[in-house]
Design a protein around this ligand. Structure first.
Ligand code: GLN
Length: 194
């Protein structure tokens, strides 16, 4: 598709599924586990999983500041589910001291829909993707409770709860677009690298 190379943070969680979508789109991807893996990348995806585990491993491997610097360099970063939690400036119901990147001016509530059994799917209207609605899978998902002035809501649940937001080159989705076979969110992210 586009001539770019995308990193997928591969410390824990659903990184292989994101890589598979990128491969389907003809985009080479790199598993990021150490700061030097961020070199020469055009964008980065932070997958779903456990935000506490991903954050602690990122801290352990000295990745927190390099990840922040990567985003500050203007290259697009997309967090899905746990990845969205890591991108947030503020987390409600997080584990005390859980490391965050704190890059997006949003407040998210962890596990807002309850336990694993309360996972659900929903068809979302996403104007930037057009028709048809995007079938979204929520797995122990966070919700976005506050959207700062710089961030823009891309999609909400029927009750108005925002579940996808964008702040310039930063993108966050509470759900898992890598699990459904609909590649439109990945395409949308890739065009941010242009
Ligand atoms: N509940 C997880 C967390 O708080 C996120 C779940 C997911 O990424 N599917 O980190």
């Amino acid at each position: 598709m586009v001539n770019v190379k995308v990193g997928v943070l591969a410390l824990q969680g659903a990184f292989v599924e994101h890589k598979n979508v990128l491969t389907r789109l003809g985009v080479p991807s790199v598993e990021v586990r150490l700061p030097e893996h961020l070199e020469n990348l055009d964008g980065l995806i932070i997958p779903g999983g456990e935000s506490t585990t991903i954050g602690l491993l990122a801290q352990k491997w000295g990745l927190l500041e390099p990840l922040r610097a990567f985003a500050r360099s203007g290259r697009p970063v997309w967090g899905t589910c746990a990845g969205m939690i890591l991108l947030a400036k503020e987390v409600v119901d997080g584990v005390p001291g859980q490391p965050l990147l704190g890059l997006m001016d949003i407040t998210v509530r962890r596990n807002a829909f309850g336990r694993q059994v309360d996972s659900f799917e929903a068809d979302l209207l996403v104007p930037v993707l057009g028709d048809p609605p995007f079938h979204a899978v929520f797995i122990r998902a966070p919700v976005i409770e506050r959207v700062g002035a710089e961030a823009e809501v891309l999609a909400s649940l029927e009750d108005g709860t925002p579940v996808a937001v964008q702040q310039g080159h930063l993108l966050a989705t509470a759900f898992h677009p890598e699990l459904t076979g609909d590649v439109r969110f990945h395409r949308y992210f890739l065009q941010l690298t242009a």
